[in-house]
Design a protein around this ligand. Sequence first.
Ligand code: NAD
Ligand code: ZN
Ligand code: ZN
Length: 346
Amino acid sequence: MKAVQYRTVGAAPEVVEVPVPEPGPGQVLLKVTAAGVCHSDIAVMEWPAEALPFPLPLTLGHEGAGTVAALGEGVTAFSAGDAVAVYGPWGCGACAKCAEGKENYCLRAPELGIRPPGLGEPGALAEYLLIDDARHLVPLGGLDPVRAVPLTDAGLTPYHAIKRSLPKLVPGSTAVVIGAGGLGHIAVQLLRALSPVRVIALDLSEAKLALAREVGAHETVLSDAAAAAKARELTGGLGAQLVLDFVGAASTVTTAGAVAAVEADVTIVGLGGGALPVGFGTSAYEVSVSSPYWGSRGELAEVLDLARAGALSVHVETYGIDDAPLAYERLHAGKINGRAVILPNG
Ligand code: NAD
Ligand code: ZN
Ligand code: ZN
């Protein structure tokens, strides 16, 4: 089968032939219908060899949806042909966090060498994907797999980041979304669907700001050194109760801190390497800064339910598997509007 692999540190991904995996006991083989392309892969492909926590080659893709092609011994919860989405942050399944469905925060994953598909295990950018345990599958329940597949990360990650801050998003409050890309354009919609908050989106180009407005941002501001002051002005000087930074660079976390209101949540989602100091005279009173990772299995089910209710419109650009390296190139250049989705069998 064809697979898109990161093979050499610093080099572009390549389309190669690899054997189709066979499901062992408890495992499930999926025929991949759609696989999303996330900016985290670009971050991983920029790490030096000594920072890579897994060996190469790596089949990329940590957003996957497909149909059940074969069941390993003992799997009874699914049948051949079922349409499913993949919960990506695999854990041990048994620790206290996993028992809560928070496998994204598995307490034993590092020690046991458990890694997500596409971020250590072979990922979804291939014709077939091996799922380590049937519990990682969520039925699509009639959703279009191409538009739903980004929800497994680009939807789930902002959903988790927003849900924890919902008590602060009362009428009259403001949320600032920095970076209206794959995650950000869904974050705007989640904010609008889940709360009465006013949404201000920041990005670098007019095309991204236009998408942010189209999906529900009330205001947009070009992301430059004056952005925090402009956004704060739009709040009557009070600042935002929630700032979601989907870039996470030194410049954007500075903007995030500068636009945060008293008692705000500043949530750094992007892997840009920036850090925000907190202290008297440095930040607004009682600001909480956090850096959440992905989301729980229960939250993925909630995001998919929200999509089924018609509250989310994911913008996608589709590519055949041979064009996956081009999709990464375009994502790197900031040219993807919404999410790039690869159709490995399309
Ligand atoms: P993307 O490329 O689709 O979107 C990023 C957006 O940010 C683009 O629209 C880009 O134009 C914009 N941007 C870049 N620099 C900016 C700046 N200085 N100011 C304002 N906007 C700027 O990427 P994505 O796939 O949506 O991922 C977003 C980030 O989130 C990445 O860093 C990714 O690694 C990270 N991520 C984190 C998690 C997590 O669990 N914490 C999960 C998924 C992705
Ligand atoms: Zn991702
Ligand atoms: Zn665990």
